[in-house]
Design a protein around this ligand. Structure first.
Ligand SMILES: Nc1ncnc2c1ncn2[C@@H]1O[C@H](COP(=O)(O)OP(=O)(O)OP(=O)(O)O)[C@@H](O)[C@H]1O
Length: 557
């Protein structure tokens, strides 16, 4: 029998010796798979719980963080045998909104993501992976990185990892320009390159398209198999993931710990825990998968209509004013076409879903609408009937005008939103020129803010809480409220519900169903059916480079 990788016996944890206790009397064992005594059935754990239940903290405990009482209650027998320390043998990859790439993006806001001339400190994916895998500094003057990388090999070949994560053709791209999903895959590649024994992945599937989920899921299964552990040419690492109760439960998960309020509600073999938890009325898995959902139609075999979506009520359709008119957009980076001859008209009252795999150009298109993309000046796009630059005596539409007409929530805004602002100030910043400048309230502004907080039952006391202190679920809610509160003509919800608890998400859906006015247009981006509001009735699906020509349009009905 091999020694366990982690053994926790009847231990309780604290952040500091005077701080509150969590996971009281925890017992947890993770068997190790190694080449000498392979165990037949690998243990693959999923730590499940709603937002704020302590999932990330649980991973930190496994990693060796936080004070354990008794100190000797938490040990790493298999690592000790190999003379390894948890710090070097265990990697925790969390995709928390801030600092996804550490120093390499240095607080640049999204408009800079699209600029072609980049600073010397902006690393390519290859440089970033090589430097972090070899524990080199990211930037140092007068240091010959190339020579250093050439003489030192990483524990695991770069190509093997990047191939497995579909990153090979992105290696020469600056890391700061990777799409959300690409960035997540890059973070996992970075950890794998370090050749760790245990990979702790905090919500790894969030924001990934169905194909990337399948690929990553397959990779996790492969690297954590006894076959990989016994073959020195293969990448091998045990894996523990966290997920929300409603997320799809991968078939390879063998063990579950279900958490609530930093306590373990049930722990053990998969089926046992699923049964035990369902007795309490909690459902695990498959909340985001609906066979009759809109995404089934978008990506499935359902018929789609090439060209612009048709509406049955043609005359009514004609009367509604367009708020966005794109005719023949073309975006390419170096030799890669992202969007080619793309046309799209969004009218008042439209409820659009914008779908497509990671990296297909959804965020880029939205950045053209919000004018965060420099190409919004030169591309054939009209916003509210006007171009960005003056045209035939008609003045161009300014960034400030656009800001007042558009409400926007996105992972990028989440990433850069100031953590010190209160929830109330976050929502009020809907009327500000920047996140932190004073809002230009209309007369009914404060009342609109009061009303929306009332709808979501957030008391004046709770409104004073700092954004950074709140759970990711509450942060996402605050950003959604910020996007909709001023009742803008265009509401853009880019993955606005990812990281949100199911109950809160449903309440947001209710708000959208009752709260949106006919003059408002809605654009939603999501990779999960459960996160597409029912009001969305039209869709456009982009394709990834090399996946086929052109976008496809369709309707829900
Ligand atoms: N400056 C740049 N240089 C090269 N490629 C870029 C640049 N900026 C963006 N890209 C690429 O453009 C493509 C579109 O990115 P975008 O963020 O719009 O995709 P997305 O559909 O929103 O993806 P996700 O679902 O992962 O958020 C990606 O492949 C990205 O790597």
């Amino acid at each position: 029998m091999s020694s366990p990788l982690i053994r926790i016996i009847n231990s309780t944890f604290q952040r500091t010796t005077n701080g509150p206790h969590f996971f009281p009397n925890l017992n947890f064992t993770l068997q190790s798979i190694n080449s000498k005594t392979p165990i037949i059935k690998p243990q693959r754990w999923s730590i499940i719980g709603p937002s704020n239940s302590g999932k990330s903290t649980f991973l930190q405990v496994l990693q060796g963080s936080h004070v354990s009482t008794p100190i000797a209650g938490r040990t790493y027998p298999a690592l000790t045998e190999k003379k390894k320390y948890p710090g070097s043998a265990i990697a925790l990859v969390d995709f928390s909104a801030q600092g996804a790439f550490g120093e390499s993006v240095r607080g640049e806001y999204m408009s800079s993501r699209y600029e072609s001339r980049r600073g010397a400190t902006d690393l390519t994916l290859r440089q970033w992976l090589e430097r972090t895998a070899l524990h080199l500094p990211l930037y140092t003057d007068n240091f010959d990185f190339e020579a250093h990388v050439a003489t030192k090999a990483a524990d695991v070949p770069l190509e093997v990892v990047t191939e497995g994560l579909k990153l090979t053709n992105l290696l020469d791209q600056p890391v700061s320009t990777l799409s959300n999903g690409q960035g997540r895959r890059a973070r996992i590649a970075q950890a794998l390159l370090r050749g760790v024994d245990l990979l702790l992945l905090d919500e790894p599937f969030m924001g990934l398209d169905p194909w990337s989920i399948e690929r990553l899921s397959g990779l996790i299964k492969r690297i954590s198999s006894p076959e990989a552990a016994s073959d020195s040419n293969k990448i091998a690492s045990q894996v523990v993931v966290t997920q929300r109760p409603q997320d799809h439960l991968p078939e390879w998960v063998t063990h579950i710990a279900y958490l609530r309020d930093s306590k373990v509600l049930a722990m053990g073999e998969r089926e046992e825990v699923v049964d035990k938890i369902s007795e309490r009325g909690i459902r695990i898995g498959d909340g985001g998968k609906e066979d009759d959902g809109i995404l089934h139609k978008v990506y499935g075999t359902g018929k789609s209509i090439p060209g612009e979506a048709e509406s049955g009520k043609a005359s009514e359709e004609k009367q509604r004013e367009p708020v966005v008119e794109m005719s023949g957009i073309k975006i390419s980076y170096r030799d890669r076409d992202i969007l080619k001859d793309f046309s799209w008209t969004i009218k008042r009252g439209d409820r659009w879903g914008l779908f497509g795999p990671n990296g297909s150009g959804k965020t880029t298109l939205l950045a053209i609408i919000t004018s965060d993309h420099p190409l919004s000046y030169s591309q054939p796009v009209k916003l509210f009937g006007r171009s960005r630059l003056p045209e035939k005596g008609t003045p161009g539409i300014s960034v400030f005008e656009l800001q007042s007409l558009i409400g926007h929530s996105s992972p990028e805004i989440h990433q850069f939103f100031p953590r010190r602002l209160s929830l109330r100030k976050c929502v009020e910043s809907s009327w500000s020129d920047t996140f932190i400048t004073k809002p230009h309230f209309p007369p009914n502004g404060p009342k609109l803010v009061d009303d929306i907080f009332k709808f979501f039952e957030i008391s004046p006391e709770e409104q004073k809480r700092e954004f950074g202190e709140c759970s990711v679920s509450t942060q996402r809610l605050a950003l959604l409220m910020r996007a909709v509160v001023k009742k803008p003509d265009i509401v853009i919800l880019d993955e606005a519900f990812s990281g949100m608890d199911e109950k809160l998400r449903d309440r947001c859906m209710e708000w959208l169903e009752g709260g949106l006015k006919d003059r408002q247009a809605l654009i939603v981006v999501s990779h999960l059916d459960g996160e597409v509001p029912r009001v969305v009735d039209k869709w456009v699906r982009l394709r990834e480079a090399g996946e086929g020509e052109g976008a496809v349009f369709g309707t829900r009905s």
